[in-house]
Each structure stands twice: as structure tokens, then as C-alpha cells.
Design a binder for this molecule. Structure first.
Ligand code: BG6
Length: 593
């Protein structure tokens, strides 16, 4: 996953503008970066390894009105300056940056090598550059050259091209691409997400798969269909993201700020449009089967949402991980419904499933946090978290938002929408109280200190809490780079019990629900084998070695249980000195398979 940013307009500091824009995209990948500006019929290029957030300004960058930039999450070719984007054509007449993976790049590269082309990088990106060069020999029109070159690629790719005469071209078939326009100042932005130009643009265009855009030297935007080269009329949409500034607002890290936004996020779910929820609830009741599908943390949210739809909605709802749905393609029926939770709305694994499902006539619902995303545009029943930008790569408030929305949807199916609203409003107050109580933070800091010395961390949950413990596992892994493992409490005795020994930490969620006794049994099974039991529960018991008190939130108890786990992960990362908002190796949005 990479970030692409471009600018063309009257401001002569185009290079600095794309540098700032890139910093708002560095959640998409941050191992290397590059900036290219066009001036005096030439292209000035600077790229390097390292985080773009560490770059305040770039010495000797010339004034310019047109520039593109790229922040990289390496997929093909190591993290080196030579592999950083943008990549230049042999004659320097254009540079190109890419987000995606060219699955057939080896054979394409072989073909180009036999034609005598040379390469200075190991990337698939440079293959696209050479293909365009090859096409330009046949005709100088960049639109045709890019179209024909792009058609040779397999895989999901988006590219942006800056020419030395100052035009910008971009083509999309996969990774996200949006255009921002400031209609007052006649400035044009191109980016991987709407957030990165939200403070500057008042209108936007979402570029769909199979489309390309050209911005010429009068700042005129022209849109083409990639397959035919036909020009088509595009529509400018009002910018729905109002993100004047995205900063930590006094918190040390975005993660802590975003956890503290949970009460607000829950109220945003309460404010969802009731009619839209009702309409979707009716569609779900008529469906043959409901598949809830997501990746990573959103995949775990899918599990919890499907749980609520079964428990309260009495629906045949199942959850699947986006990268592992292929065996269902033949099973999907037109009267099935897929529900996709996704922070970015751009996760390639899930989009691929939705494309297959739509071909079978399956209707799509989605709960997304990024306005203008492709998954929102693919949805028959699009819903937004409205949780505000989530910058920390580790998802916290959006996960909570997704499962709270899933709970409210399930209550709506059950015919108890008002009860669902009441319970979420109560939960919002309970979470606020929990976050405001410094004793809780003290207890979790002490727990993080203890866990920081451990190599393996286990989590046990059952029924409403199993997915929550899975998400706790994900947070601990992302925050600490340690091995954590969430187990359904009842499944412990079938294999994991062999791992129990003196001092093994086991975090357990204990709700006052129908499975409480099963969970207590599991606690005793691990304790008598030496485990150290950390219980998130509503009252102390002598068989808890460490007790994390939480208020009983009734039907929404599991949603509240994620908060101490998110905070524990935060304090663990802090204790270990890890990068909290940008953990190693992962990116916020996975727009490649
Ligand atoms: C991972 C993120 O890379 O992708 C997770 O770290 C996220 O937080 C997952 O849940 C899926 O992304 P999305 O945008 O579909 O939620």
C-alpha cells in the first residue's frame, strides 16, 4: 500500500504542497518517499529511504506549479533509494509513481530487456515506465501511450505520471484515486484518499476502476475511459470530509486520542439515520444468508457483527476473512447479502470479493469510515462510521464504531431499535467514566509493565467476548511485536492447554452472561497449570491473579471490554519504546492483495 499525491495550480510551492500532502498519507506506507516537480520544461526529482514525516523541507527544491509525490510500502524490490518512487523515463521526459502490484511484471520486464531496455531498480513500477516509453515511440499522445501500457498490466494498480511539459496523468484499476478541486483558486489535487486534501479542496471527483484523468497546463481536468480512450463527463461532488487540521490535540499519540474519542464515536452511531438502518434491516430479513466480510481488525469486527445479527436478529449470518472467501464464490446466491465493515473502504481482498459477488447479483452493505471510498460506491446499502479520521495504523475507535453499529443494526432487525439506541447511549457514558478514571490507566500501565517482560500472551473469551479477545490479540501484536494468541475459552482443552505453564499470562474477559460458568471453568483449568490470570470482569474473585474492573454494560458489555485491551496495548508499546502510531511492517490500508 502506498500513498500518491499530486498538485497543479497557481501556488509556486507545488513541491512543498505535495510534501505536506504526502505526510497525511504516510499511514499507507512509510519506508521510503519521493517528490518530483516540473519547472522550466524539466523535472526535478528527489527521493530517499525513511519516513516522510521526518522530512521538514527539501533543500534546493525549485519553485514550481506542478508536482507529484509518493510514499512507499515496499512490495516488489527492497527498501532502497533506487526503488523509491517516482521512477523516471530513460530520456527524463516523464516520471511515474504507482500504488499496487504488477502481477505479470517479470514477463513484461523480460520482454523489455530483450528490446534493449535497461532498469535502474528492482521494482515492477519501472516496468510500467518502460512500457509507456515503448508506446510513446509509436505515438506521442500520452493518453494513448498510458492506456495501452496500462492495459498490459495484470493486478490492481493505480499510477500517476508527471510530464516535463507539466501535464499530470493518472489511471486507476485497483488502488484508490481521488481528485480534489479548489474551485476558487483553480487548484487541482490528486491523491490516494480524500483526507489528504480535505483542508484545501471544496469539490472532489472519485476516479473509478477503468478510468484515467488528465490535468493540462490550463488546469483543465479531462476524464477518459481506459478501455476505449473515450472522454466522458465527470461530476464534481462536494467535499464531505471537513478535516481542517488533523493533529493529536494534546495527546502524545493519535492512538490515545482516538481511544478517547470512543464516547463521541458511539454517539455518532446513535445519530445514524434510522430509516436507512430500518431499510437495510428489512433487506437482511429477506436475505437467504448474510455474509459479513472484512480483513484484519475489520475481519474481527465482522465476526462480532455476525454474532449480534445471529443473537438478536436471528439471521443466518456468518463472518469471513476477506483473503479467504474464494470457496464461497460458487455458493453466493442473488438473494444473499454481503456486509463489509472497512475503515478505508479500499481493502483489495474485500473489494475482489465484492466484485465477484456483485456479478452473482448479491447486494452489498458496508460500514466505512473514509468518505468517497470504492466500497461505499459499490454498496447498495452504504453506511458511514462518521468517526472522524483514524490516523493511528492500529485501529481502535473505528473497530468500536463498526461493532457498535453492528449491534444497533441487529437490534433494529430484532424490532428493538430504541432499546439499542438506549444501550449505546448508556455505553457511551460508561466508557467516558472508564477513560476519565486515572486508577484504570494506572492499573493498565502496571499490567503493560508486567506483560512487557513476557514472551507469549494468551487471551481467552467466549460467546460475545471471543472476537473482542481476538481484537485484543491483534492490538497486543501490533503494539508489542510479541506473540499473542486468542482462544475460544472452551477450545482450550483441545490443544492450547499444553502450552500452559508457570507464569504464562492469560487475559480473560468475564461477562455476566450465559457462558460465565464455562469461562470460570477455563480459568481454573489454566490456573492449576500455573497460568497467571488477568480478568477483565465486573467484580473481584479470589481466582483472579490480576483484576481489571469494568462496569457491566449489559448487552453491549463486550463493546466496552475492548477499551482496557486497547489501552493495555498502548501502554505496552509505550513501555517497549515502539512506534505507537506507525508500528513496523504494517500499513493502515491494504490496497494490494
Ligand atoms: C490493516 C489495518 O492493515 O487492514 C487494520 O491495520 C484494518 O486496522 C485492516 O482493519 C483492514 O483495513 P480496512 O481499511 O478494510 O479496515
Amino acid at each position: 500500500m502506498c500513498g500518491i499525491f499530486g498538485y497543479k495550480g497557481p501556488n509556486a510551492k507545488a513541491g512543498q504542497i505535495v510534501l505536506e500532502g504526502l505526510k497525511r498519507l504516510d499511514y499507507r506506507g512509510y519506508d521510503s518517499w519521493g517528490v518530483a516537480v516540473q519547472c522550466l520544461d524539466n523535472i526535478w526529482l528527489r527521493k530517499d529511504i525513511g519516513k516522510i514525516s521526518d522530512v521538514d523541507h527539501i533543500a534546493d527544491m525549485p519553485d514550481a506549479h506542478t508536482a507529484i509525490a509518493h510514499t512507499r510500502w515496499a512490495t516488489t524490490g527492497g527498501v532502497t533509494r533506487a526503488n523509491a518512487h517516482p521512477h523516471a523515463s530513460t530520456d527524463g521526459s516523464f516520471v511515474l509513481a504507482q500504488n499496487g502490484i504488477v502481477e505479470n511484471f517479470s514477463e513484461l520486464k523480460q520482454g523489455l530487456l530483450t528490446k534493449g531496455y535497461t532498469f535502474v531498480s528492482e521494482t515492477d513500477t519501472e516496468v510500467i515506465v518502460r512500457l509507456i516509453e515503448e508506446e510513446l515511440k509509436l505515438n506521442t499522445d500520452f493518453v494513448s501511450a498510458i492506456r495501452h501500457a496500462f492495459s498490459k498490466l495484470t493486478g490492481r494498480n493505480t499510477i500517476i505520471v508527471l510530464t516535463k511539459s507539466g501535464e499530470i496523468y493518472a489511471a486507476r484499476n485497483g488502488s484508490p484515486l481521488v481528485v480534489g478541486v479548489n474551485t476558487q483558486t483553480n487548484e487541482v489535487y490528486l491523491s490516494s484518499d480524500t483526507l489528504s486534501f480535505a483542508p484545501y479542496a471544496d469539490q472532489m471527483i472519485v476516479v473509478d476502476n477503468g478510468q484515467m484523468v488528465k490535468v493540462d497546463n490550463t488546469n483543465t481536468i479531462t476524464m477518459f475511459t481506459l478501455a476505449t480512450g473515450e472522454v466522458f463527463e465527470y461530476t464534481l461532488e462536494a467535499m464531505t470530509v471537513k478535516a481542517d487540521k488533523i493533529d493529536k490535540e494534546g495527546y502524545d499519540h493519535f492512538m490515545m486520542k482516538e481511544i478517547h474519542e470512543t464516547p463521541y464515536v458511539l454517539r455518532q452511531i446513535v445519530a445514524q439515520d434510522a430509516q436507512s438502518l430500518q431499510a437495510f434491516a428489512h433487506a437482511l430479513q429477506r436475505a437467504h444468508r448474510v455474509y459479513v466480510i472484512g480483513s484484519g481488525t475489520a475481519g474481527i469486527a465482522s465476526y462480532q457483527i455476525a454474532f449480534y445479527l445471529r443473537l438478536y436478529g436471528k439471521l443466518d449470518a456468518v463472518s469471513l476473512i476477506g483473503a479467504d472467501v474464494q470457496s464461497y464464490y460458487e455458493i453466493f446466491q442473488p438473494d444473499d447479502i454481503i456486509l463489509a465493515p472497512s475503515q478505508s473502504g479500499e481493502t483489495a481482498d474485500v473489494i475482489e470479493v465484492l466484485e465477484h459477488a456483485k456479478e452473482k447479483g448479491v447486494q452489498i452493505g458496508s460500514i466505512i469510515n473514509m468518505p468517497g471510498s470504492i466500497m461505499t460506491r459499490m454498496s447498495d446499502y452504504p453506511f458511514m462510521c462518521n468517526a472522524g479520521p483514524e490516523i493511528c495504523v492500529m485501529s481502535t475507535k473505528v473497530f468500536t464504531s463498526q461493532i457498535a453499529w453492528g449491534y444497533l443494526l441487529a437490534k433494529t432487525v430484532q424490532g428493538k431499535y430504541e432499546e439499542g439506541i438506549q444501550n449505546l447511549q448508556t455505553l457511551s457514558v460508561i466508557v467516558q467514566r472508564y477513560l476519565d478514571n486515572q486508577n484504570n490507566h494506572k492499573a493498565l500501565k502496571a499490567l503493560a509493565n508486567y506483560l512487557s517482560k513476557k514472551e507469549h500472551i494468551f487471551l481467552l473469551g467466549k460467546y460475545q467476548n471471543f472476537a473482542i479477545m481476538q481484537e485484543g490479540m491483534v492490538k497486543i501484536i501490533e503494539a508489542s511485536y510479541k506473540h499473542a494468541h486468542a482462544i475460544p475459552a472452551g477450545d482450550l482443552k483441545h490443544y492450547a492447554i499444553t502450552l500452559m505453564e508457570q507464569g504464562i499470562p492469560v487475559i480473560v474477559a468475564v461477562s455476566d452472561d450465559v457462558v460465565k460458568n464455562d469461562v470460570i471453568t477455563a480459568i481454573n483449568e489454566v490456573r492449576l497449570r500455573g497460568a497467571y490470570v488477568i480478568a477483565i470482569a465486573h467484580k473481584q474473585e479470589d481466582y483472579y491473579d490480576y483484576y481489571i474492573p469494568t462496569e457491566d454494560a449489559g448487552e453491549t458489555d463486550a463493546i466496552g471490554t475492548i477499551i482496557p485491551l486497547q489501552l493495555t496495548a498502548y501502554y505496552l508499546a509505550l513501555k517497549l519504546g515502539n512506534n505507537i502510531d506507525k508500528p513496523r511492517n504494517i500499513a493502515k490500508s491494504v490496497t494490494v492483495k
